[in-house]
Write a protein that binds this ligand. Structure first.
Ligand code: HAM
Length: 421
């Protein structure tokens, strides 16, 4: 039997790791600039955390969770998203008592049992942020600004920011009632999914991609017409701030999100460089979730970016242009008696923070040199019979193309000095 990875769960091989590291580096640095602190939550949570927050009737909870019972018969789930665990941690550790506004970011794997296809994985990574305690539209504008800034820093061009207000507990029920009324005699024309959503979450019908349903939605009144005055004011202010910051956006009245916790402003960034799964990041306000999960009345807003989708865009564009800097020393023993010295030099250099390696393989010097070059070593030292007899060794600089000869005693000092230059 041969082993293979689970479908939809990819290995990230050394040849692709640079892109992931680039994304992680940009995310850490920009989140710091915007004053967000990192939080890490476990990959496993109690299943009802997601059922309760993401919503019993959502696709994630209905079909996509990797949930199982543990030895004590408790239902656990691999996290399908990051918001609910962060809210759980925010409450469990009373973070709301430490500051009125908490700005958090996270990076890590999420798990959804979806049908794998381009841009849709069963294990994927997100970079996400959650801001707790700020109800001002300034906070919505800040998170959207950070989302767009991150994508730009990653190297993702050609994106569209779509925004909508999905209403609050006051105004959403009247739009939901309107939708139910509108479709009451047309249910047979709706697809099965929409029929189910008609009963469980009518707003989510608007997310249906089926052509026959889309045609039925065309004459619908827009959600905007049903927003209450505070939602209208908030949504207007967010747009004003986006305009001030110079961001273009599209108001997309049918934009609804697939997770139930959203209230008010929701947004999605799509990329023209992706196929059917074109959302590269998405989020919104969830002002009720903290209270619904048993905490105080703390408003919140956040987003998550799909890392694999960013990677795909960057790969298709030819990867990132990164000058791989040649550094460190590679030792090639051509005489067995050289091994002891080489072992000690390598050890000492590593202790001093100098990248170094010796060749374990019995191969020609030419092949070893080729390897050293490919692996990005700057200095190459070949130790053979003559070097052992003279107790001196040539240090070839693969960047400058010259060589210095140093005594065995000075090898480590010479290389660590060069490394500091
Ligand atoms: P989401 O829309 O479910 O939102 O996911 C956010 C992003 O994760 C998507 O736009 C997409 O780029 C990526 N993504 C989702 N599913 C997959 C998948 N199966 N394969 C690859 N990428 C995927 C959330 O998860 C919310 N927690 C975002 C949020 C944070 N809202 C408020 N705070």
């Amino acid at each position: 039997m041969t082993y293979h990875a689970i479908k939809g769960m990819d290995d990230v091989l050394p040849s692709d790791i640079a892109l992931y590291q680039h994304i992680e580096r940009c995310a850490r640095s920009l989140c710091h600039i915007y004053n967000y602190s990192e939080i890490r939550t476990p990959l496993l949570e109690f299943t009802d955390l997601f059922t309760r927050s993401v919503g019993q009737e959502t696709d994630i909870v209905q079909k996509e969770m990797y949930a199982f019972t543990d030895n004590k018969d408790r239902s656990l789930a691999l996290r399908p998203e990051g918001t609910a665990p962060v809210v759980r941690a925010f409450l469990e550790h009373y973070l709301y008592k430490q500051a009125t506004v908490q700005k958090l970011f996270y990076m890590g794997p999420m798990f959804r049992y979806e049908r794998p296809q381009a841009g849709r994985k069963r294990q994927f990574h997100q970079v996400g942020v959650e801001v707790f305690g700020g109800c001002s539209p300034l906070v919505d504008a800040e998170v959207m600004s950070l989302l767009l800034h991150l994508l730009k820093a990653f190297g993702v061009e050609d994106t569209t920011l779509m925004i909508n207000s999905s209403g609050c507990a006051t105004c959403r029920p009247s739009y939901t009632a309107y939708l139910k009324e509108f479709f009451v005699g047309k249910r047979l024309l709706l697809c099965d999914n929409c029929n189910r959503r008609y009963d469980t979450n009518p707003l989510r019908m608007l997310d249906c991609k089926q052509v026959q349903c889309q045609q039925l939605f065309a004459p619908l009144a827009s959600m905007d017409d049903y927003l209450c005055a505070p939602c209208v004011t908030h949504f207007g202010a967010v747009q004003h701030y986006l305009y001030l910051l110079g961001f273009s956006y599209v108001v997309s009245p049918k934009l609804v999100r697939g997770l139930d916790y959203y209230t008010g402003v929701v947004f999605e960034v799509t990329s023209a460089d992706l196929g059917a799964q074109d959302a590269v990041g998405a989020g919104g306000r969830y002002d009720r979730l903290v209270a619904d999960m048993g905490g105080p009345d703390v408003p919140a807003v956040g987003f998550a970016i799909g890392v694999e989708r960013v990677v795909k865009i960057l790969q298709d564009a030819g990867g990132i242009v990164s000058e791989t800097k040649k550094e460190g020393a590679f030792f090639i023993p051509v005489d067995q008696r050289a091994v002891d010295d080489i072992l000690v030099w390598t050890h000492q250099l590593r202790q001093q923070g100098v990248r170094s390696q010796y060749d374990y393989e019995e191969r020609s010097v030419k092949a070893s040199m080729r390897y050293a070059n490919k692996a990005g070593f700057r200095y190459v030292l070949v130790v053979g019979e003559r070097e052992i007899a003279d107790k001196r060794i040539a240090v070839k600089d693969m960047v400058e193309g010259h060589e210095d000869t140093v005594g065995f005693q000075e090898v480590v000092d010479y290389l660590s000095g060069r490394n500091a230059i």
